[in-house]
Design a protein around this ligand. Structure first.
Ligand code: AMP
Length: 285
């Protein structure tokens, strides 16, 4: 496994693999790996001759009130895990390598994808995500790129980005990996105190409760949101940021759900820590 920090080295290593006829898979990450990240790497390893994992805590996707300095980092531990999984290339650039002085061009996702859910609480976040992902797509030109369903709105933004800007690659979105009690794995779970960690399952329980009322025939979004909110309120120290039922393809929010795939998505605060999660529900004709 090789680790490079400069874009020229990245391009050169990928070009070599491609010249040898290998299919190239890319897994973009911010590091501090847990099983969720590693599940993407394993899938990429199984489907490609050459696997690139990028590790970059992207300042452009953090807001002014979000402490990027506190984001967990462990390049050494991460590298060991990637080596074990047989990754070929780690790209771990510094901020200057990705944003040289004067770099100001941004990729702006369609407003309808970002003027809701996480986009409301984190203005500018998805521009930051779309910009860095577009840059990585241009640098690596992968055949396939791997993302987690855990960040559902992000996965929709990236699918649309690839389609709208004609990136010739497959966007693969893999299921959320959870702890035994249902909590979605997240690097941010490390911020939780013992009490907060126990209460943190409320979000997944709320989404599951929303799914259950849909299964029982409920189609009014307000009632579905209320069923989810009730679970959050029964937990101690958990505050709702949002709880939504949205069209899984377009993220459109309808007051009455129609047949098709719906994403139940939410974000909650435990103290200063913000956690997100989602589940998919199919509504029959
Ligand atoms: P991050 O390092 O948080 O930017 O995440 C890198 C990738 O891992 C993203 O595509 C995330 O959606 C994905 N990911 C994060 N947590 C999970 C999880 N619990 N299960 C599956 N994928 C995940």
């Amino acid at each position: 496994m090789k680790t490079v920090c400069q874009t020229e080295e990245l391009r050169a290593a990928v070009a070599k693999a491609r010249a040898a006829g290998m299919k190239v898979g890319l897994v973009p990450t911010m590091g501090a790996f847990h099983e969720g990240h590693l599940s993407l790497v394993r899938e990429a390893r199984g489907e490609n001759g050459f696997v690139v994992v990028s590790i970059f805590v992207n300042p452009a996707q953090f807001g002014p009130d979000e402490d990027i300095g506190k984001y967990p980092r462990d390049l050494e531990g991460d590298s060991r895990k990637l080596e074990e999984l047989g990754v070929d290339l780690v790209f771990a650039p510094g901020v200057e390598a990705m944003y040289p002085p004067g770099a100001g061009t941004k990729v702006v996702p369609a407003p309808g994808l970002i003027n809701r859910m996480c986009g409301l609480t984190r203005p500018g976040h998805f521009e930051g995500v779309a910009t860095i992902v577009a840059k990585l797509f241009n640098l690596v030109e992968p055949d396939a790129a791997y993302f987690g369903q855990k960040d559902y709105q992000q996965s929709v933004v990236i699918r649309h980005l690839a389609r709208d800007l004609d990136f010739d690659l497959e966007v693969r979105v893999l299921p959320t990996v959870r702890e035994d009690d249902g909590l979605a794995m997240s690097s941010r779970n490390a911020y939780l105190s013992g009490d907060e960690r126990r209460e943190a399952t409320a979000l997944f329980r709320a989404l599951t409760a929303g799914g259950a009322v849909i299964e029982r025939g409920e189609r009014e979004a307000s009632r579905i949101r209320a069923a989810m909110q009730e679970v959050i309120e029964s937990a101690k120290g958990v505050q709702t940021d949002y709880l939504e039922a949205a069209d899984a393809e377009t993220l459109e929010i309808r007051e009455r759900l129609i047949p098709g795939r719906v994403v139940l998505a939410g974000a909650v605060f435990l103290g200063k820590t913000r956690l997100i999660d989602n589940i998919l529900v199919d509504i029959p004709e």
